[in-house]
Design a protein around this ligand. Structure first.
Ligand SMILES: [Zn+2]
Length: 315
């Protein structure tokens, strides 16, 4: 056997070992129990039934208020975390193991999953908030609507998602969509499973915010928890991308309220691949509601997503 062949064999063996590790990590995260520290629901994943719209609206706003409080704590936390390095980077690089041996192979397939939040009708039947968790939340909530335009959030989310798909495909990036129509019933856990099956390099979940404070504006980025056993393996790449997205949005003049860790998101807790939620802005603000309904503003936001994904893919 020539030296070249020997080298080839050892690389193949190493790749196998790496894949086994990846599978182990994935299995671990499936079976791990989620800590029951769920404090509140967000506007995008409400837990209780949606019997009355008005009740929901009120709940939404309350949730958002709590969310922003949470955000403050979360950003404080950011300073103190830096330990997960080893496992996380292993998991992240495993995503790209398949066929390349050299670091500088840009032709490698880069897969982005886009999840347009919500759907035409919410589904208040429940599903576990995380694999193996006894805690349950609505499969998918109905989302919010524009204070002035009365446009439904699920419509804005899909409009933006379709623009993002078009822009990414222009860049020869492989796109997987959780939905392309409104009349679907796909739970948040099922949406995560779409990304898992596609082995997506990044999942972008698109949503809009709503809060009982009409002056609140700006985009907000949510990432999975770095402490929850279900998601600590995907936290690091998700956070790394979130930071790039924040820069890209800010560069385009979009206000970003921050990057907040959340462990109460079903769609995060079931994900085995990196994922972020982009809350594109507040539909409860008159002006931002108009902007979010405008295809040119949606395009501007999605251009920031594409630019940051391209940077992320190069790293
Ligand atoms: Zn939402």
């Amino acid at each position: 056997m020539k030296i070249k062949q020997l080298l080839g064999v050892s690389i193949a063996v190493l790749a196998c070992i790496a894949n086994v590790n990846a599978a182990d990590i994935a299995t671990e995260s499936i079976t791990a129990q989620a800590p029951e520290t769920n404090r509140q629901e967000s506007s995008e994943e409400k837990s209780k039934d949606e019997a009355k719209d008005s009740k929901d609206e009120a709940k939404d706003s309350k949730d958002e208020a709590k969310d922003s409080k949470d955000g403050a704590t979360a950003s404080k936390d950011e300073a103190t975390d830096s330990k997960e390095g080893t496992t996380d980077s292993t998991a992240a690089s495993d995503e790209n193991t398949e066929s390349d041996e050299s670091d500088s192979a840009p032709a490698e397939k880069f897969v982005v999953c886009i999840d347009a939040g919500h759907q035409e009708k919410g589904d208040s039947t429940t599903e576990p908030i995380a694999p193996g968790s006894p805690h349950k939340k609505a499969r998918v909530s109905s989302g919010t609507e524009g204070v002035g335009t009365k446009k439904a959030e699920y419509v804005v989310n899909l409009e933006a998602a379709m623009i993002l798909k078009e822009l990414l495909e222009k860049e020869n990036i492989t796109v997987v969509m959780t939905r392309e129509t409104h009349d679907v019933n796909i739970s948040n856990a099922e949406r995560a499973e779409v990304s898992n099956k596609a082995n997506a390099n990044m999942t972008i979940r698109l949503h809009c915010d709503s809060i009982n404070n009409s002056s609140k504006t700006g985009a907000t980025i949510l990432v999975p928890s770095d402490t929850n056993p279900n998601t600590k393996g995907i936290y690091e790449p998700s956070q790394a991308y979130a930071e790039l997205l924040k820069v890209a949005l800010t560069d385009k003049g979009v206000k970003v309220n921050g990057i907040f860790k959340r462990e109460d998101m079903t769609g995060f807790n079931w994900s085995r691949v990196p994922v972020v939620i982009l809350e594109m802005g507040f539909m409860s603000n008159w002006n931002e509601d108009q902007m979010l309904a405008d295809p040119s503003y949606q395009r501007k936001l999605m251009e920031a997503v594409v630019e940051s994904l391209k940077v992320y893919n190069k790293k």
